[in-house]
Structures are given as C-alpha cells and as structure tokens.
Design a protein around this ligand. Structure first.
Ligand code: AMP
Ligand code: TRP
Length: 326
C-alpha cells in the first residue's frame, strides 16, 4: 500500500492543515511507509520571495518532524530535490486537456487573488499528478479542497495507461472522517486558509498559547446556546470537530458533555485542548530548528529514497512514450 501526499512550504501551517492533512500523514506511518513531499515547485506558481522560500522549506520540514513524521518510518523530501517530478509533469501535460485545467476551482480562486496569473499556476495540477503517479500511489490523504485535483490525477493516469500501456496505479483520494474542511473561525462559510481567510479566524500551529486562546474564544457562533451540530450551527460544528480531533473523543460524546453548558465554557475548553495539542509540537519544532545541518541531512536521505522509488516509473514513461534512448 503506497501512500503519498504533498504540502506547500509557503505560509504558516494552520489548524486546518494539521487536522485535514498532517495528522493523517502521521497516522499512516502505522500501516505503510508514506511518501511525504514538501512541494516547493508548486509554491513558485504565485508571487513569492526566494529567501522566504528557502527558509520556509526548512521550517516546514521541522514542523512535520515535530508533528510526528519519523524519517525512519516515512520518506520525507523536498520536491525540487528529485528532478523526476518536473520531467514527468512535462510528459503528463500532453495527456491533460486545456478544458480540464480550466475547470479547476483552486485555479479560479487563486487566479482571482493574483495580479500576474502564471502558466505555472494553470498547469499546477499536472505537476501534482506527476508527484502522485511517479510513486505508484494507492492512496492520497488530503483535505477536501484537494479532491478535485486527485480526481483529475486519476483521469490523467487512466488516459496515459490506455494510450501508452499500463504504467500507473490509479490512486484513491482519502479524506479524514472528521475535519476534512476546517472553517475560518471568523467566517464559518470559508475554509481556514492562510491566504484566503481572516487572521483572527486562522489558528497557526506555531501561535503562542495566548494567541490560540484569543482566536478560539473570539470564534463566531450562532445566537443559540446549544453545543450541537446542525443547520445554521456551522461555527459550533467546526469547534466540535476541532475538539473531537484534539481530545480524541467522538462528537456525540462532546455534545452530551456540554449539554446545557453554554458557549463560553465550551470555547474555553476547546482553546485549552488546542493549546495542549500544539505545545509538544512547538517545543520539538524549536529544538529541531536549532540544528539546520541535521534537517538538511534528513532531507538528503529522503531525496535519495524518493529518487530510487520514482526512477523506474519515469524510465517507463520515457520508454512507453517512444523516446529514443540517450
Ligand atoms: P497546503 O498548505 O495548501 O499545501 O495544504 C496542505 C494540506 O492541508 C492539503 O491536503 C489540504 O487539503 C489541507 N488543508 C488545507 N486547508 C484545510 C482546511 N481548512 N481544512 C482541512 N484541510 C485543509
Ligand atoms: N496542491 C496541494 C495543496 O495545495 C499540494 C500538493 C502538491 C499535493 N502535490 C501533491 C497534495 C500531491 C497531495 C498529493 O495542498
């Protein structure tokens, strides 16, 4: 069972990233050796600062290890350290149609936020397909917002297989049962996001405990008093999901426990649960950041493993597509 996922090294990682994605990567180490890629080539498709990119790549590596990714039980690497991704993306771009890419909702959302809309932003899902398909991936753990990209990857794989012969496994998308879409604490209709959300409504994984408390206590809820999920209660439902994941309890148990308690007490408890969830991660992150050479070493080992895993598939692609041998 091959598990693969990617995460961008831009922006700070938030509670939605942790619940929707990072937690799933960590858990998947129990069953298989997941391949987790820091997708720096994806991050350059929108306006960015080169110095920040270098720094955030190392910072994200530290955060992932601090969250529980163990370099001995997974393959953690930086996308640009394995040049096979860029090569495979070019080849897959000829079995992807302009119309398919034009329908991608993430492209439309991101393009609206950019002054300069690059071709790279448009073909971004093709590079994502290359990431996934190079590793003969069975399952891709992601948040709900990535479902459309993984479905496109499946179509690309099937098209390539039928035109050039069976080359790729067709991957499945895996979203968590709870928390696949954590919403902005200030605007419960929007997903929590560093670029599209509000600052007060986005809990960063590296926020100070008091900042976390302030953000959660200011969460927008409804005018009722019932700690329950349901129509018109999106804000409370989001907090119940966060509480459920942070304390490992079923949402029903949380509803029963806060029956008649009111929102104030509930929000304070959610805040404490998130502070406790992130405290050990933050501490470990700070330690890891003290030793950039060790992080570089871990990433070099990861890149070596990634090249070895993806090499045979890339060679197959060249062969099947009819390229003359060098
Ligand atoms: P990104 O930081 O955009 O590379 O996203 C990394 C992962 O986090 C992807 O699998 C996303 O689907 C997931 N993700 C991002 N925002 C959220 C959110 N608000 N709720 C749940 N998952 C999310
Ligand atoms: N597009 C994903 C995001 O914005 C990141 C990503 C790149 C990815 N390549 C991937 C996710 C491969 C899963 C598999 O979150």
């Amino acid at each position: 069972m091959r598990i693969f996922s990617g995460i961008q090294p831009t922006g700070e990682k938030h509670l939605g990233n942790y619940i929707g994605a990072i937690r799933q990567y960590v858990d998947s180490q129990e069953e298989s050796d997941p391949v987790i890629c820091i997708v720096d080539l994806h991050s350059i498709t929108v306006a960015y600062d080169p110095e920040d990119l270098r720094e955030s790549t190392l910072s994200l590596a530290a955060l992932l290890v601090a969250s529980g990714l163990d370099p001995d039980r997974c393959t953690l690497f930086v996308q640009s350290h394995n040049t096979n991704h860029a090569q495979a993306a070019w080849m897959l771009s000829v079995v992807t149609s302009f119309g398919e890419l034009r329908r991608m909702t993430q492209f439309k959302d991101k393009a609206d936020q950019q002054e300069f809309v690059s071709v790279g932003l448009f073909t971004y899902p093709v590079l994502q397909a290359a990431d996934i398909l190079l590793y003969q991936t069975d399952a891709v753990p992601v948040g709900e917002d990535q479902r459309q990209h993984v479905e496109l990857t499946r179509d690309i794989a099937e098209r390539f297989n039928s035109r050039f012969g069976k080359t790729f496994v067709v991957p499945a998308v895996v979203t968590p049962k709870l928390g696949a879409k954590i919403t902005d604490l200030q605007e419960p209709a929007k997903k929590m996001s560093t670029t599209g959300g509000t600052a007060l409504g986005t809990v960063q994984m590296l926020d100070e405990p008091d900042t976390i408390r302030k953000k959660i206590k200011s969460a927008v809820t409804d005018s009722g008093r019932e700690v329950r999920r349901g129509e018109g209660k999106e804000g409370i439902e989001n907090l119940i999901s966060i509480m459920s994941v942070s304390t490992d309890q079923e949402p029903e148990a949380i509803e029963a426990r806060y029956d008649g308690a009111g929102y104030g007490d509930f929000k304070s408890d959610v805040a404490e649960a998130v502070v406790e969830l992130f405290a050990p991660i933050q501490e470990r992150y700070r330690e890891l950041r003290q030793d950039p050479a060790e992080l570089q070493r871990l990433l070099a080992v990861g890149a070596e493993k990634a090249r070895a895993l993806s090499g045979p598939t890339l060679a197959n692609m060249y062969e099947r597509m009819g390229f003359a041998k060098p």
